[in-house]
Design a protein around this ligand. Structure first.
Ligand code: NDP
Length: 273
């Protein structure tokens, strides 16, 4: 599995496994399936209410801690108490440290993300987190954060898939040394049915999901597809062995439609509590 090096020198498996919308009662089994398939990078969040299931799967798997990369995120309504929220997440995950901790959304209307970041900087300095980053941060949120912080985020995790690529934001992140992490990388399944992707999949005797994931990997994105089905979990993991031609990559890049699936980070203000 290919690894990327973040701006503080630590490495992350480029292809990880996301657990948004995996029900808490199914999470242990689903993450065990992912670990069994070979994933070593798991992406959860306090707001998903399934950190305990992730922690149970990690404990049951018996994989050396240093071979795992675990991400969780600060809930919007917890931005004023990041230290306490982090400790709750770390305990739910049954971990001594978390590999990557993200501010889940900027929620500009709260005016709290810089304060939260400063708390996260302290946790990072105390070796409780190996890297800190952000999620759903647009250009203006990054600018505001960088103006008043010591540490440049290691990662920005945002919606990115063939029909919604946010190419300007990705370029800005790369210019700043911030790794691009693609969420909803399959367009929540909606980017898997078009003619272009299907034709490329047929050429390679691969699935359309594998083609889309191979496109992300070729672009240098960290990518975290979710599936609740063991066969798809394995199928998605095998995308790392698929190499696309430059023409195939261009054909997928041409699928941009500008249509966002998730909330608009400029105005999203839900608390997630
Ligand atoms: P994805 O793009 O990963 O798509 C998941 C959907 O695609 C599910 O319906 C799944 O169905 C289906 N699917 C998965 N694999 C296949 C396959 N091989 N063939 C056909 N269908 C497939 O969307 P998500 O929104 O779940 O994003 C992935 C991860 O990104 C999340 O789990 C989370 O970790 C992160 N995320 C972060 C956000 C943030 O605000 N920071 C917001 C949204 C996501 P099934 O389960 O039935 O297989």
């Amino acid at each position: 599995m290919s690894e990327l090096t973040l701006n503080n020198g630590i490495t992350v498996p480029q292809l990880g496994f996301g657990v948004f919308q995996v029900p808490p009662e199914d999470t242990q089994r689903t993450v065990e399936d992912a670990l069994e398939a070979g994933y070593r990078h798991i992406d959860t969040a306090a707001a998903y209410r399934n950190e305990a299931g992730v922690g149970a799967a990690i404990a049951a798997a018996g994989i050396a801690r240093q071979d795992l990369f675990i991400t969780t995120k600060l809930r919007n309504g917890d931005q004023g108490r990041a230290q306490e929220a982090f400790q709750n997440s770390r305990k739910a995950l049954r971990l001594d440290y978390v590999d990557l901790y993200l501010i889940h959304w900027p929620v500009p209307s709260q005016g709290l993300f810089v304060q939260a970041w400063k708390e996260m900087e302290r946790l990072y300095e105390n070796n409780q987190i190996r890297a800190i980053g952000v999620s759903n941060f647009l250009r203006e949120h990054l600018d505001e954060l960088l103006k008043s912080s010591e540490i440049v985020p290691a990662v920005n995790q945002f919606e990115l898939h063939p029909s919604y690529q946010q190419a300007d934001l990705a370029a800005k992140c790369r210019d700043l040394g911030i790794a691009v992490e693609a969420y909803s990388p399959l367009g929540q399944g909606a980017d898997l049915n078009g003619n272009a992707v299907t034709a490329i999949a047929n050429t390679h005797n691969a699935s359309t999901a594998q083609v889309v994931l191979a496109w992300h990997l070729a672009a240098g994105n960290i990518v975290i597809p979710k599936s609740s089905q063991a066969s798809r979990i394995r199928e998605n993991f095998a995308a790392s062995t698929l190499t696309l031609s430059d023409e195939e990559i261009s054909a997928i890049t041409a699928l941009e439609s500008g249509a966002r699936l998730g909330s608009d980070p400029a105005v999203a203000s839900f608390t997630q509590l």
